[in-house]
Structure formats: structure tokens, C-alpha cells
Design a binder for this molecule. Structure first.
Ligand code: ADP
Ligand code: AMP
Length: 213
């Protein structure tokens, strides 16, 4: 099963992608997580990506597409995956489409997690991410058991640099300009499903599993 998560930054794509990955036993592939891991390890790719991420801009398509195609070519993606944060532009979607078509494959579902802009800034200022395993929490809605500490690996939880309100406004603009057109792209392909992302995390997941079966 090949699934794409669509939605504004902070809509809950990562939260739901992790639940999907667990239930359907497919890898969770997040380009944002791949970039952040590279930044943490001080790689050249990480340094290049950071320039854009810190400003709330998209990392150039050429670089992003290469990273993604390499990742989905790995053995564990053979039976499918859930893509979180990719594609984010029409050219990225076209490259993915061409790569899949060559192999006689296609995307099964594009799940659009719908959350209005008003809710997004609040969501993102409350998001906390684990420095080690990347697990995400929300200080009000999905708090960790112990404040500031990851439930899974007990490492420190931080506010991402790009979750600061000034950067979030840029990211929302970029989303509307460059990513939202993908809703039309996947509607035309007949694979788009929209769920209400404003309800409780488990209720969003229920709506998604009703679609995926
Ligand atoms: P995205 O991957 O789309 O950027 P995340 O999954 O990281 O978004 O979610 C953004 C923030 O909102 C996180 O702090 C997360 O814990 C919180 N969150 C996710 N889903 C919900 C929900 N249904 N209700 C309230 N908060 C949520
Ligand atoms: P995310 O963790 O998905 O919110 O991504 C964080 C940041 O990484 C984004 O704001 C972009 O700067 C960059 N990024 C992640 N995925 C992509 C993508 N598919 N295309 C371009 N930039 C991306």
C-alpha cells in the first residue's frame, strides 16, 4: 500500500503517518525527518537543506527528489510506504509519478488532513519534538507523560526552530502557493481522500482507517 499524506504544516501528517505505519506495517518516510537527521549529523546535504528550512522555504526539488527516490528504492519499501511531507510541489509529484509508472505501480491513496490556518500557528507553537527519536507531542493536546521528556526514549523535547510563529507564517504561505495545488493533482487521479484534522488524534485516525480498510 502506497500512501501520501497531504496537508498544511502542523496539520498532523506526521502524527497520523506514524499510526498508519504501525497498523499497516509499512515504513514511515518523512523528508523533513531525513533532512533533520542530516542536519544533526552535520552532513553536506544537511547544511544545504538547513538554509531553506530555517526560513520556512522548501528545499529545492532536485535535491529533495533525489533523497526521496533513494529512500523508496530501499528493500523495506518494497511492499509500500507512507510518505509524509513529500511531494510538496507539482514537479515533485510528477517525478514520483513517472518513477512509479516505470515500475507499473501507482499511489493508492493521498490523504489530505484538513486543518484551517487559524489552528495551525497554535498547533505548531505547542509542538515539541524529541531530539533523539523524532517523536512529536503537543504541550496541550498530546502531552508527554513527563514534561519536556520523550515517552519512548526519555530524551529531551524541543521546539523546532522552524515552528516559531514568524517562520510558521512563511511555511503557510509556501503551503498555499506550492503544495495545495497537489489536492487537485491527486483528485484528478481519483486517489484523494480528505479527513477533518481538527478533531482528536484518534478520531482522525479512525477516519483514515475507515478509508484504508
Ligand atoms: P505535520 O507532520 O503535519 O507537520 P504533526 O503531526 O507534527 O504535523 O502535528 C503538529 C502538532 O499538532 C504536534 O504538536 C502534534 O502533537 C499536534 N497534533 C497532531 N494531531 C493533532 C490533533 N488531531 N489534535 C490536536 N493536536 C494534534
Ligand atoms: P516537515 O518536517 O515535513 O514539516 O518539513 C520541514 C521542512 O523541511 C520544510 O519546511 C522544508 O523546508 C523541508 N522539506 C521537507 N520535505 C520537503 C519537500 N518534499 N520539498 C521541499 N522541502 C521539504
Amino acid at each position: 500500500m502506497k500512501i501520501i499524506m497531504l496537508g498544511a504544516p502542523g496539520a498532523g501528517k506526521g502524527t497520523q503517518a506514524k499510526l498508519i505505519a504501525e497498523k499497516y506495517q509499512v515504513p514511515h518516510v518523512s523528508t523533513g525527518d531525513i533532512f533533520r537527521a542530516n542536519i544533526k549529523n552535520g552532513t553536506e546535504l544537511g547544511m544545504e537543506a538547513k538554509k531553506y528550512m530555517d526560513q520556512g522555504q522548501l528545499v529545492p526539488d532536485e535535491l529533495t527528489v533525489r533523497i526521496l527516490l533513494d529512500r523508496v528504492a530501499q528493500e523495506d519499501c518494497k511492499n509500500g510506504y507512507v510518505l509524509d511531507g513529500f511531494p510538496r510541489t507539482i514537479p515533485q509529484a510528477q517525478v514520483l509519478d513517472e518513477a512509479l509508472t516505470k515500475q507499473g505501480e501507482e499511489i493508492d491513496y493521498a490523504i489530505n488532513v484538513d486543518v484551517p490556518d487559524e489552528n495551525i500557528v497554535r498547533r505548531m507553537s505547542g509542538r515539541r519534538a524529541c531530539v533523539k527519536c523524532g517523536a512529536t507531542y503537543h504541550i496541550e493536546h498530546i502531552p508527554p507523560k513527563v514534561e519536556g521528556v520523550c515517552d519512548t526514549c526519555e530524551s529531551e523535547l524541543i521546539l523546532r526552530d522552524d515552528d516559531k510563529p514568524e517562520t510558521v507564517q512563511n511555511r503557510l504561505k509556501v503551503y498555499h502557493d506550492q503544495t495545495q495545488p497537489l489536492i487537485d493533482f491527486y483528485t484528478k487521479k481519483g486517489v484523494l481522500k480528505t479527513v477533518d484534522g481538527t478533531v482528536d488524534m484518534q478520531d482522525v485516525f479512525k477516519a483514515i482507517t475507515d478509508i484504508l480498510g
